[in-house]
Design a protein around this ligand. Structure first.
Ligand SMILES: [Zn+2]
Length: 572
């Protein structure tokens, strides 16, 4: 049900003139980021007289992202310096001076696909019965007995966005799957269509894999983008949101992740990541979009140094260039199926065993010899010959080049301004436990500073342009984002002023930030832009109302910067 007051906007500061260089909210972002690996966690004030984590080479991240509010169950990541040999070290957290409260302790261990060494303390600080204000947490490393402190600000729960405060876990059952989502999100809005898509993809994946779905698959729809939009272990997590800045087709991501679940249920002694991902890409018919795998992989050969030798890729799959690795894996499986047939490929794939040396490449080599009488090197030579025979349409090569640029830029953004989303170390918690404890903020809340909104809407536009093969527009937007991120990394003041298009996006986001959407006669939410299209001196903005539906606004560039033109039309 839609109510009229959702559509009203308060023009509190909306007509304030902004020149392209007047960007007061930007400076803290620019100065807080010393390097790509840094953690620009805004909650840490770090201005204590005591030495902070950085002075010992450690860094601390608090979750949820995007500000801490009374009611949160706060988690901490204590990240060890790259040089640390901290496996035998633990950290203990205490809250406050005098009458201290133990928050917990944890040993350092590898985290994420990257295996970053860190101590992870999940939901250790329960703030439900605390007053808003500033709190100090003491971190002590054992056995060195080194202590530092960090300060965190708890904001009043009344300042939370109204729909976020009301959101709760809900579930739905489809033919194949049990689907969990958060109320008040885009997933709830589009649930009937999503359930249909999920069933369709599960049926196709089951048929393509030749495996029945005998027990339901659990799928969680996330309201924020994590990694590239999909993860699978025994359960599946898929991002579903309006401000999605990647080109991943939802049906393809679901199909890909369902293949992983069915594949894992079939087992196998050693399944190399190159073939696990290659099989999912091959059976899905592409990585993010439907793609002609062999011609697209052949396009890699026209860019010197892009083709990754198979031995190297097998050994370092997830740390190799992501899109190239997946494309080569998918094309390699396509080639092997073309050469020997799917049943023979599957027999080989399920019959790979660890090599005494521990080398995945040698394990692959051994299984190839016993099934096909061919070494890994010989397979690569034949695969390359096949790629050289392909005819590569020019738009396939250009699409590939810009797809890689888009995802490289998106990962660069995540590492700098949304590190919890970076795919090698994502903040992906135990979702089953999260539901049991009725925790929602770890997935609902995310960094939404003007810099985040400006870059995400630029990347989203670049994705939309790339999907339409509008290459010049996509490249222009990606260049703008890259220029800003590089300026941030170098500590340049006003990084958005380094590119005219980026400055437009930042100014528009700043104008929007000063406006609010009425969500009831008594309360309002900050306006959340989902899509921004800049066309010369005009901009069209789609923003979230309370429900969440999208409303449209138009802004125009005046002599003193961007200002509202109108904002009454409702629709998608
Ligand atoms: Zn995958």
């Amino acid at each position: 049900m839609r109510r009229l007051w959702f559509l009203l906007i308060l023009f509190s500061l909306a007509c304030r003139a902004l020149s392209p260089l007047a960007m007061p909210a930007e400076a803290p972002v620019a100065t807080a980021i010393p390097s790509r690996e840094a953690s620009p966690t805004a909650e840490i004030t770090g201005d204590s007289a005591e030495p902070g984590a950085e002075s010992f080479g450690y860094s601390v991240r608090a979750h949820p992202d995007g500000g801490l509010y009374v009611g949160d169950r706060v988690s901490f990541e204590v990240i060890a310096p790259p040089s640390a040999e901290a496996r035998e070290v633990s950290v203990r957290l205490k809250l406050g001076y005098g009458e201290t409260q133990e928050l917990g302790s944890a040993r350092f261990s590898p985290f994420g696909i990257l295996g970053r060494l860190q101590a992870t303390l999940t939901w250790v600080w329960d703030t439900r019965f605390l007053e808003p204000g500033e709190y100090t947490v003491f971190f002590t490393l054992h056995p060195q007995n080194l202590t530092w402190e960090e300060r965190f600000t708890l904001l009043p729960a009344s300042q939370l966005v109204s729909w976020e405060a009301r959101s709760a876990w809900a579930s739905a059952r489809s033919e194949c799957c049990t689907v969990f989502y958060l109320t008040g999100t885009e997933a709830e809005r589009d649930l009937p269509a999503l359930l249909e898509t999920i069933d369709l993809q599960a049926e196709q994946a089951s048929r393509n894999m030749g495996v029945q779905i005998t027990e339901p698959i659990t799928i969680t729809l996330l309201p924020r983008l994590l990694g590239h939009g999909g993860f699978a272990d025994q359960d599946i997590h898929v991002s579903y949101l309006d401000r999605n800045y990647t080109i991943g087709d939802l049906g393809m991501i679901l199909h890909h992740e369902i293949i992983h679940v069915l594949d894992a249920r079939q087992g196998g002694d050693l399944r190399p990541s190159l073939l696990v991902e290659g099989l999912a890409v091959y059976l899905t018919g592409g990585h993010y979009q439907p793609e002609p795998l062999l011609p697209r992989a052949a396009a890699l050969l026209s860019f010197p140094g892009w083709f990754i030798p198979l031995e190297e890729l097998a050994m370092n799959f997830y740390t190799s260039q992501h899109e190239i690795g997946y494309l080569e894996g998918g094309a390699l499986v396509a080639f092997m199926v073309q050469r020997w047939g799917l049943p023979a490929f599957m027999d080989f794939y399920r019959d790979i065993h660890p090599h005494p040396s521990g080398s995945i490449a040698r394990a692959l080599d051994q299984a190839l010899k016993s099934h096909f009488g061919m070494s890994l090197a010989a397979l690569e030579a034949e695969f390359l010959q096949e790629l050289k025979r392909q005819i590569v349409p020019s738009d396939v090569a250009e699409n590939l080049r810009l797809t890689i640029a888009l995802y490289d830029t998106a990962r660069y953004y995540q590492q700098l301004l949304d590190p919890s989303a970076y795919f090698l170390t994502p903040w992906l918690v135990d979702t089953r436990e999260m539901r049991r404890l009725e925790i929602t903020a770890d997935y609902l809340r995310r960094p939404e500073e003007p810099a985040n909104l400006a870059i995400e809407t630029m990347l989203a536009q670049a994705s939309a342009a790339l999907k339409d093969n509008r290459f010049v527009e996509a490249e222009r937007l990606l260049k703008a984002v890259e220029t800003v991120l590089q300026a941030m990394e170098q500590g340049v003041p006003h990084p958005f002023s380094q590119d005219a298009l980026a400055a437009d996006y930042f100014d528009i986001v700043t104008v929007l930030k000063s406006s609010r959407v009425l969500t009831s006669p008594l309360s309002s939410n900050p306006l959340q832009p989902q899509i921004i299209k800049v066309e010369g001196d005009q901009a069209v903005v789609y923003y979230r109302t309370a429900e969440p539906t999208l409303a449209t606004a138009r802004l125009v560039r005046g002599r003193n910067g961007w200002r509202w033109s109108w904002s009454w039309e409702q629709g998608n």
